[in-house]
Design a protein around this ligand. Structure first.
Ligand code: PGA
Length: 253
């Protein structure tokens, strides 16, 4: 079965307002013709609305939030709810990113709560997971990934599985310039599908998009995207350079 091809831009805590708009416009102009690839842009919170407005009449472009609150609404100073995110035109939210797990101590309980909130607001979730370097060196990468999938996927009702996209991001490859080799990526993505078959069913295992993230760039994208179980990329650093991001998107052609 033919899965969607997706390339997502995670801008993290970068850009000011004017830069964000220019970047979104440049990405739009440079990738508009690559119709077979769905582009998702994850700007910082304050710029989601403007980026979403810019992309709303375009086909093949969507906007997402990099985070969301685990709470519904109310006295949670500084938090941003899924309903708020949805109300400014975002369709997606990133949950489980390694930077959220490491720096903000987000554990499985919080991640499951966030996923439930997001799905209830009809947001699609890009659920990120991946092992750290020591875990890979110790040969524990599959066990770690299986646990991270099990903790969250088993809590998602079957009828909502089509609101989920997965992103395997080996932590040792994020922002380090080091990338998983195509063989390492393919092995893990195939293993992820095996886990999905066990945790959910074979239909979900074959239909769910699984993206690769971690120093994906214009040089290595083609090889990574050629792997049969890699359905695209979640791009950090390289998504801040429109030319480079466009080359990554075009690597799918
Ligand atoms: P990177 O980040 O492309 O800069 O490694 C990927 C990510 O964290 O989503």
């Amino acid at each position: 079965m033919e899965r969607k091809k997706i390339v997502a831009a995670n801008w993290k805590m970068n850009t000011l307002h004017a830069e964000a708009i220019t970047l979104a416009k440049d990405i739009l102009t440079m990738t508009r013709l690559v119709k077979e690839v769905e582009k998702i842009i994850f700007p910082p919170f304050p710029f989601i609305n403007d980026v979403a407005l810019l992309l709303q009449s375009e086909t093949g472009f969507s906007t997402g939030a990099q985070n969301c609150s685990a709470y519904e609404k109310g006295a949670y100073t500084g938090e941003v709810s899924c309903a708020m995110i949805h109300s400014v035109g975002a369709e997606y939210v990133l949950i489980g990113h390694s930077e959220r797990r490491a720096y903000f101590k987000e554990d499985a309980e919080v991640l499951v709560a966030k996923v439930h909130r997001a799905l209830a607001q009809h947001l699609k979730v890009v659920y990120c997971f991946g092992e750290v370097l020591n875990e890979r060196k110790a040969g524990q990468h599959q066990a770690v990934v299986k646990k991270q999938l099990q903790e969250v996927i088993s809590q998602v009702p079957k009828e909502k599985m089509n609101q989920l996209i997965l992103a395997y991001e080996p932590v040792w490859a994020i922002g380090t310039g080091e990338t998983a080799s195509p063989a390492q990526a393919q092995n893990m993505h195939a293993f992820v599908r095996q886990c999905l078959a066990e945790l959910v069913d074979t239909e979900t295992a074959t239909s769910m998009p699984v993206l690769y993230g971690g120093s994906c760039n214009a040089q290595n994208a083609k090889e990574l995207f050629a792997c049969p179980d890699v359905d695209g990329g979640l791009i950090g650093g390289a998504s801040l350079k429109p030319q480079e991001f466009a080359s990554i998107v075009k690597a799918f052609q």
